[in-house]
Design a protein. Sequence first.
Length: 245
Amino acid sequence: MSNINMRIWDQVDTTDPSATKNFTGMGGFKGTAIKPTYLMRKATEVFGPCGEGWGWTVLEDRFDDGAPIQAPTKEWPEAPLITAKLHTVKIQLWYLGKDGQRCTVEHYGHTPFVHLQQGKIITDWEAAKKSLTDAIGKCLQPLGFAADIHMGLFDDASYVETVRSEVAIEKAEDQAAEQERQRLERLDWLKSSVETMAGAVTMHELKILNTRFIKSATARNEAAFIRRITEAFEERKAQLEGAAA
């Protein structure tokens, strides 16, 4: 039974992997970025054309000073004091909900405007545009847009592989042919997995392979595959234990 409170979330929580890219942020943080146009397309699919079914209003638009990134020194007392600057925008995103009711979400977007990059002082003249894009994405997030990324599911390669296959079927002109192609491809994967497990030379290697293959089959809800992989594990386990006895 569907939950009416999840009517938006359930339509937008799964992200097409082709609309994402990996990035490394400040401090070495690694994550998954979503292409802004993809989010806007999803919003349009659910709410209608931008400006008609959804849109936004800018509530605040400002530049804030940060820490000094250049200051007078003993060797250069006349040097100008330059501080980092951060652009901030606050928007109210609106969309038409049930019965045409106007609903709103508010959030901020931020972008470094003047900052240090590889030892050089950089001015980003597209900061305002980037902040707006950031704010729109943050407003859409509580509605469930790209929830799988925000919940960390894209850290699981098996999940991403499964979603990629589902999207490929949705986009295919001949969905039945694409489903059959994927079915045969997965059968080849199962055969290769079983053969790989049969060639494991230690219990440690066998356990690692079993965990990896079971995880992939579980992500796709392939019960028959899970049973076959488990059988292959037990068969090879018995062989290794017998050889060690």
